[in-house]
Design a protein around this ligand. Structure first.
Ligand SMILES: [Zn+2]
Length: 311
C-alpha cells in the first residue's frame, strides 16, 4: 500500500523512527520490500536525483508499482531525498512523490528560508509534504560534499524560527552524524542534549536524522580482506536510534550500509569464483542479505511490527 509520508511520520513521531532507505537498483528494491514486509515495518523509499537518473524516473515508477503488487502488505511512501529547488519542483509535478526534501542547508539562513518557502508553497498546493535541513550534516554522499570543518550543528532557536517562517513539515537537523562511510574518528557522539532542546522548541515537527548508517565493523573488515580500502570507516551505534526517536527523530536515513553490503557480497563472490561472469548469483545473494539487514534495522528503529496499524 502506497500511503503518504505525513501519515507515516505522524504515526511514528516520538514512538519510533521510520527507516528512509535510499535505493537505486532492482536488487535493492527486492531486498527492501522483502525485509520491510517480513518485519512488518512501514518505511520510506528515498530517491535522490542521482538514483532517479542512474536508470530513469519512469522505470523506477513502474518498478515501485510492480513492488506494490508483489508485496501487497508493504506500507510505504515515496520521498525525494536531497533535492534542489529545480529537482523538488520536478518531483512535485510528477505526481509520484509524497514528499520532497529541499536541501538548501549550505546557503545562509535567509536564503535557505526563501528557497524552502518557495518549495513549500509549490508542494502544499499539491498536497505534498516537505523536509528541509538546518545546520549542516558533514561528509560525502551522491552530490553532497561537506567538509568536517564546514559541518554545523543545528541551533534550536533558529530551528523554531525556520519552521515558523517556512511552514516546513519536518526538519533535518545536524546533531553530530555525517554522510558516507567515514563518519567518526572517535566514539559515536550524537548530541542528545541538543536534540532535546530542538524538540522542546518545535514539539510538533517530526525531526530527521541523516548520515545514520551503522557501518558495521564486520562489513568493513570483510571488504578490506577482499581488497577494499575502507580502514577507519565508522558509523552510528544502532542502539542510539530508539533514544533518538523518543526525542523527536521520526525518520532515519539509511544509504551507506546498503552499499557496504553490495560491495562485500560482490567482492567476496568474485574472489571466491574467479571463473564466474554470472552477476545474477551475487545479485540474488545481495537481495537476501539486504532484506535481512533491513529487517534487523527496522527492529533497531522500533518500526518493526508497526505496519499493522495501517491495515
Ligand atoms: Zn542525507
Amino acid at each position: 500500500m502506497i500511503t503518504d509520508t505525513q501519515t507515516l511520520l505522524k504515526n511514528a513521531h516520538r514512538k519510533y523512527a521510520l527507516g528512509s532507505y535510499n535505493i537505486a537498483n532492482l536488487e535493492q528494491f527486492m531486498g527492501l520490500f522483502k525485509g520491510c514486509t517480513e518485519s512488518q515495518a512501514p518505511f520510506l523509499l528515498a530517491l535522490t536525483d542521482l538514483a532517479l537518473y542512474y536508470s530513469h524516473p519512469k522505470l523506477l515508477e513502474s518498478m515501485i508499482r510492480g513492488m506494490e503488487e508483489i508485496f501487497p502488505d508493504a506500507v510505504f511512501a515515496v520521498h525525494h531525498d536531497h533535492g534542489n529547488e529545480e529537482s523538488c519542483k520536478r518531483c512535485i509535478q510528477s505526481g509520484f512523490f509524497s514528499s520532497v526534501m529541499i536541501d538548501a542547508s549550505k546557503e545562509d539562513f535567509e536564503t535557505n528560508i526563501a528557497i524552502t518557502q518557495r518549495v513549500v508553497r509549490a508542494a502544499h498546493e499539491k498536497g505534498i509534504s516537505v523536509e528541509a535541513e538546518l545546520g549542516q550534516v558533514g561528509g560525502n554522499e551522491d552530490t553532497i560534499e561537506v567538509k568536517e570543518s564546514e559541518a554545523k550543528l543545528t541551533d534550536p532557536d533558529k530551528a523554531a524560527e525556520f519552521v515558523e517562517r517556512t511552514g516546513v513539515d519536518f526538519l533535518a537537523c545536524a546533531i553530530g552524524t555525517s554522510h558516507g562511510a567515514f563518519k567518526f574518528s572517535g566514539p559515536t557522539n550524537l548530541h542528545f542534549d541538543l536534540l532535546s532542546s530542538i524538540q522542546e522548541k518545535i514539539p510538533n515537527t517530526p525531526l530527521v536524522l541523516h548520515g545514520a548508517s551503522s557501518i558495521p565493523a564486520d562489513e568493513v573488515q570483510r571488504i578490506t580482506a577482499t581488497g577494499g580500502k575502507l580502514q577507519g570507516a565508522r558509523g552510528v551505534d544502532p542502539s542510539l536510534f530508539i533514544p533518538a526517536a523518543s526525542r523527536g527523530i521520526a525518520k532515519i536515513n539509511i544509504a551507506t550500509d546498503s552499499r557496504l553490503i553490495w560491495t562485500r557480497v560482490h567482492r567476496e563472490y568474485f574472489q571466491e569464483h574467479p571463473e564466474s561472469v554470472d552477476f545474477r548469483v551475487p545479485g540474488a545473494n545481495f537481495t537476501q542479505e539486504y532484506a535481512r539487514f533491513v529487517a534487523e534495522k527496522n527492529h533497531h528503529l522500533g518500526s518493526a511490527g508497526m505496519a499493522k496499524a495501517f491495515s
